[in-house]
Write a protein that binds this ligand. Structure first.
Ligand code: SF4
Ligand code: SF4
Length: 287
């Protein structure tokens, strides 16, 4: 049996046990899509639903996205890969989710693939970690000795550009934006309600898809995610016009890690970098 099949089998076994025993009222995991390469997020609520659960290399969605939508005290089991587990940790840090409401089903895995391109995403759009940072039940064997390189290696080309070239690069990319907000919808850390883009009093940004409005939306969203983005890559994969949003998020994550010696969502006991002021903190970002 392959490692992915074993994870799928364990996922069904644990989901059935948790739902049957009434330990949780919902299991957030993956279900069948229109073919094997297009599984979908799936909420199993009954033992019968469990037969629809699947896991394979195309189960890239970050299910932490759905956690803040449930009222506190709802008992939820959630299947998480490494980056997804960091989103859960970050949401707990930000008091959007209660640890005691969760049963975290950890998925140790590498070799996940983009549904659109078939490309392996580990060291491109994601944080390139193999094992979840937090779990209650591990659905596969912990992976040892995975050496995928730094998640920031993909920044080399962008970092090699001067200021004008970088600005031109992003302006060209943002021109493609159709302001569908799929990036916002897919992101586990984009839970503001209302989002500043939807506010009308005050009206922060042009709601029609103009170049200036695009810049306002993306730069504000990028900076709102500074120190909070856990590098799952969901925003980039959700984008219908393939804007490489992950490059900007990774660049900010790298800068934050350098400044505050803390990556987002790694430990529950950490405080979010941007809300935890210390006299020793660098003020480089203000210059
Ligand atoms: S900004 Fe993108 S990569 Fe970062 S947490 Fe949100 S969806 Fe994931
Ligand atoms: S998903 Fe892509 S096209 Fe849609 S708003 Fe985000 S960047 Fe723009």
């Amino acid at each position: 049996m392959t490692a992915m099949k074993k994870i799928e089998e364990n996922l069904r076994k644990e989901a059935k046990r948790l739902l049957e025993g009434g330990e949780v009222s919902v299991v957030l995991a993956y279900g069948r899509g229109y073919d094997e390469n297009h599984p979908m997020p799936f909420a199993a609520r009954t033992v019968e639903d469990v037969d629809s659960l699947v896991f394979n290399e195309y189960c890239t969605f970050n299910l932490a996205r759905y956690l803040p939508k449930y009222p506190p005290k709802t008992k939820i089991a959630v299947a998480v890969k490494a980056a997804d587990s960091r989103a859960v940790v970050q949401l707990i840090q930000e008091e959007k989710v209660r640890r005691e409401d969760l049963v975290i089903l950890g998925i140790p895995v590498t070799g996940m693939k983009d549904q659109k391109t078939g490309e392996v995403i580990d060291n491109k759009t994601t944080c390139n970690m193999a094992n979840p940072v937090l779990y209650d039940i591990l659905l596969g064997d912990e992976i040892h000795g995975f050496k995928g390189g730094s998640p920031y290696d993909v920044l080399a080309e962008l970092e090699g550009m001067d200021h004008d070239a970088r600005m031109a690069f992003w302006k060209k990319e943002f021109e493609k934006c159709i302001r569908c907000f799929a990036c916002r919808k897919a992101c586990p850390m984009c839970y503001c309600d209302p989002c500043f883009m939807d506010a009308s009093r005050p009206r922060w940004a042009d709601k029609s898809p103009t170049p200036d409005g695009h810049l306002m939306y993306h730069l504000t969203r990028f900076y709102h995610l500074a120190g909070r983005c856990i590098d799952c890559g969901e925003c980039s994969r959700a984008c219908p016009v393939d804007i490489p949003l992950y490059l900007f998020h990774k660049k900010l994550a790298k800068e934050c890690e350098d400044m505050f010696q803390q990556a987002a969502g790694m430990k529950i006991e950490d405080k979010p970098a941007m809300v935890n002021y210390g006299n020793q903190d660098s003020d480089e970002m203000l210059k």
